[in-house]
Design a protein around this ligand. Structure first.
Ligand SMILES: C[S@@+](CC[C@H](N)C(=O)[O-])C[C@H]1O[C@@H](n2cnc3c(N)ncnc32)[C@H](O)[C@@H]1O
Length: 275
């Protein structure tokens, strides 16, 4: 019997393909980011939009008690498998929506991390309110968000992909608005956070792949929901080759490795909030 299609487009986008294949190119950056967060044994950490645990696993390895929440059940399953394989019984993953964390109690985390995760949930005001609600007073929220118009890989990939896809439905708020400092401040202000408790800095995230940029692009084409959708939309309009050529040029031009492998640094907005 055919599997019933999900009716939630946000969920469908991330269930599509296999984000673990992209996450495999992000492991070192995940460890480096967590090393910078003063994670201590017993710290209660929520990783929101956690995927298969790029940041959740390193945090658990430092002794934190970590819950990963993600909207895509396949990524939750992959995360739980990675936790079991690593013997981390202080780490578990469950399904949930960043805009509605009603399963989670108020003030239940010391640190909420969301690296390119919650930014993809619709209803950003609810996302900010939920992150603040589940963080204890005096706790921290750290987000990593791609920046619209930035010249580096992911912002350009999303821009180019968007230009080959049908326009989003009316009222759709672009995920990359989470990379605009004023929007971030407005959302956390509405959730009760004073301006001096919010800081935004530009940081670098590196995608590393042992093969060529063309191979890395193939991974995005075959496994990354937003890029898969763009290829499908472009093919339907006979523009598949044009999209591919544009992305080949993007990946090649962003590569800084000179030994046949791929290393692509991408700029993101790191948001730090003291709750
Ligand atoms: C670009 S991936 C990043 C995953 C992970 N943070 C990492 O760094 O590997 C975006 C993640 O956000 C998740 N996501 C998207 N919308 C979400 C929502 N509304 N609630 C929770 N997770 C969501 C996706 O399923 C996906 O795992």
């Amino acid at each position: 019997m055919a599997e019933q299609a999900t009716t939630n487009p946000n969920k469908a986008l991330w269930e599509k393909g296999d984000f673990t294949r992209i996450a495999a190119t992000m492991r070192d950056s995940g460890v480096a980011l967590v090393d910078d967060l003063d994670v201590t044994a017993g710290l209660r950490v929520l990783d929101l939009g956690c995927g298969d645990g790029t940041t959740a696993l390193p945090a658990a390895r430092l002794g934190a008690t970590v819950l990963g929440v993600d909207i895509a059940p396949n990524l939750v399953a992959a995360g739980n498998e990675r936790a079991a394989a690593a013997g981390l019984d202080n780490l578990r993953f469950q399904e949930g929506d960043a805009a509605d964390l009603s399963d989670l109690a108020d003030d239940s985390f010391d640190l909420v991390v969301s690296i390119f995760g919650a930014m993809f949930a619709p209803r950003p005001m609810s996302v900010a309110a939920e992150m603040v609600r589940v963080t204890r007073p005096g706790g921290r929220i750290v987000m990593g968000n791609w920046i619209p118009g930035d010249p580096t890989l992911v912002a350009q990939l999303l821009r180019i992909s968007g230009s080959y896809s049908s326009p989003p439905p009316e009222g759709f708020v672009s995920p990359v608005t989470w990379g605009v400092e004023n929007d971030v401040r407005e959302r956390f202000a509405a959730a009760g956070i004073a301006p001096e408790r919010i800081s935004c800095t530009r940081q670098i995230w590196t995608f590393a792949h042992p093969g060529s940029p063309t191979e890395l692009l193939a991974i995005f084409r075959d496994y990354y929901g937003p890029t898969m959708n763009a290829y499908a939309a472009a093919a339907a309009e006979g523009r598949g080759d044009a999209l591919h050529a544009e992305l080949e040029e993007l990946f090649a031009s962003q590569n800084t490795a000179t030994d046949g492998s791929t290393s692509i640094p991408a700029t993101y907005l790191r948001v730090a909030v003291s709750a």
